[in-house]
Design a protein. Structure first.
Length: 283
């Protein structure tokens, strides 16, 4: 069943789950249907497929996010946009529905925060489509959802961003692996059918979607997992990022790389552990 998503997700049917689902996703993933009153700039995904318009938009983001340069702004903006992809994955697995939308139906709003800027994802006339009940039919439906979402929306946006700013397209796609690595970890904390569906949907995206959909020779989500010892706890392991998120180029970071960034050496990571743990001991 298809539901038009508009005016804060008015639904034409009496199913509470869909209303709850979309409101939960809206709250957790910064989805809106109206321009936030305090937005400092907005642009439709459709317009940003033009590299010059993308360059201007990232210039606004650079200023609002207090980035040190355009490359840093481009990299961290893309890292933020992966949250929208995670919202789609959450709808698919947890609520058995998916957003079907064209670039013209998505708008990026820049909303100031205390230290930086948040990106709000505006939806306009989008369709929330229920998955088929039959598992074989659902698998085919899901493949179509993935192909359209990544091939017709995300890939053109990333390619425009790379062209407009000169940032490596490889770095942009690495963000997907970094954030999607946590999907099966979150599934481990669940039980029964939901846990299995989250894993199955993730594995279909990771292993069965043609890499050409992403414009790559290998699916970017199918990346090697690397763990390192936690900064605070020697008994815990934490996931490394698959690529730099460029947060170090945001003013709020004070030029410091993330502890899990692949750009810092094992020696520097060990120094941070020692500093962290000695600080905890002295308190």
């Amino acid at each position: 069943m298809r539901i038009i998503v508009d005016n804060y997700f008015h639904l034409d049917r009496g199913k509470t789950m869909s209303l709850t689902a979309i409101h939960t996703i809206a709250e957790d993933y910064n989805l809106v249907t109206e321009r936030p009153e305090n937005a400092v700039h907005s642009a439709s995904a459709d317009s940003l497929l033009e590299p010059e318009a993308m360059r201007i938009f990232i210039g606004h983001y650079e200023t609002a996010a207090k980035a040190v340069d355009l490359e840093g702004a481009a990299g961290f903006f893309a890292y933020t946009v992966v949250n929208f992809m995670l919202a789609q994955q959450q709808l698919i697995s947890a609520h058995n529905s998916a957003l079907q939308l064209r670039p013209a139906q998505l708008t990026f709003h820049l909303v100031p925060t205390e230290k930086s800027v948040a990106v709000k994802f505006g939806l306009h006339g989008s369709v929330l489509e229920d998955a088929p009940a039959d598992e074989d039919t659902r698998s085919a439906w899901l493949m179509n959802v993935y192909n359209r979402f990544y091939g017709e929306l995300i890939r053109p946006l990333f390619e425009s961003l790379a062209t407009a700013t000169g940032i490596s397209i490889v770095h942009l796609w690495q963000h997907l692996a970094t954030k999607f690595n946590y999907v099966p970890l979150r599934a481990d904390g669940l039980d029964g059918a939901l846990k299995q569906r989250m894993i199955d949907d993730y594995e279909q995206l990771k292993y069965k979607v043609d890499p050409a959909i992403f414009g790559r020779s290998k699916n970017p989500i199918d990346a090697k997992l690397r763990y390192v010892e936690s900064m605070a706890d020697s008994d815990k392991q934490v996931l490394m990022k698959n690529g730099c998120c460029y947060y170090y180029k945001m003013e709020a970071s004070e030029g410091s790389y993330c502890f899990t960034c692949p750009r810092i050496s094992d020696k520097e990571r060990e120094q941070r552990r020692e500093s962290c743990r000695s600080g905890q001991t002295s308190q």
